[in-house]
Design a protein around this ligand. Structure first.
Ligand SMILES: [Zn+2]
Ligand SMILES: [Zn+2]
Length: 254
């Protein structure tokens, strides 16, 4: 097989992987306070605290833009973490794939940063003319309004596959369904695009019904302890976020 062809195919596979990686990292590290908490603090507290799903989403050029980009060490860290996988694939799965993979990963990251920046800082840049860019900007704007939707910034394939895709169209459709149900006087059950989520809910309901066994009881205890701790943490983070926004507003006002 032609080595260049291998590198190109590998690059394309890593772009697809990139969509799932940004979805996973964004959902489970940037929106949950895991160790190290820097990803959560920088994203949920600072980024979402400053730029919400309203007009504050758009930032004038030069106004505290340092909170849009990721930390400087993010790209080297991502490449380093994936280096063993690239090497193993090169050695045992398909030769001539590591360079294509590394280039694709680096380009994905750089374009991600460039696009995220332009989504928040409109400045008439050439990229803003394209419809696909406007779609992605709306897609990310909706994420700033609905934290648990649209985790992908650059390539929303993983949102589509994992059932977290929200568009202006899907919002409009649900609004219409709601209005029609109200007009007919029927109770309205919203259509969910997350079938996996509803399966999990159904499973949890089954656990609740069959809660007589000791295992179920200890699971319930564990769950109530976990929920209590989560609620305490949420209060802590909420307070920190409010404090951050207040201090920042004060600084900008000076
Ligand atoms: Zn953003
Ligand atoms: Zn987010």
């Amino acid at each position: 097989m032609n080595p260049i062809f291998n590198q190109i195919v590998s690059g394309l596979c890593w772009v697809v992987y990139g969509s799932f990686f940004e979805w996973y990292f964004h959902k489970f590290w940037m929106h949950y306070p895991r160790v190290p908490e820097e990803a959560f603090r920088g994203h949920t507290i600072v980024h979402h605290g400053l730029y919400k799903g309203d007009d504050s989403y758009f930032v004038p050029e030069g106004e505290h833009p340092e909170h849009i980009l990721l930390k400087r060490y993010a790209l080297p860290a991502i490449v380093l973490v994936h280096l063993p996988i690239l090497m193993l694939v090169e050695k045992y799965v398909a030769a001539h794939t590591a360079i294509g993979g590394t280039i694709a990963m680096t380009l994905y990251f750089v374009i991600y940063e460039y696009m995220h920046w332009n989504m928040h800082v409109p400045r008439g840049h050439f990229v803003e003319r394209f419809q696909w860019f406007q779609f992605l900007r709306d897609h990310h704007h909706l994420h700033h309004r609905y934290f648990q939707k649209n985790f992908c910034v650059l390539f929303p394939l993983a949102d589509l596959v994992c059932g977290t895709l929200e568009t202006k169209g899907s919002l409009q459709r649900r609004k219409l369904e709601r209005e029609q149900a109200i007009a007919k006087g029927e109770p309205h059950t919203p259509t969910r695009n997350n079938s996996r989520g509803s399966k999990i809910r159904k499973r949890t309901q089954v656990v609740a019904v069959e809660s007589a066994s000791p295992i179920s009881r200890s699971f319930e205890k564990f769950e109530s302890r976990r929920k209590k701790k989560q609620a305490q943490n949420q209060d802590k983070w909420k307070h920190e976020r409010e404090q951050f926004v207040l201090t920042n507003k004060r600084n900008i006002g000076k």
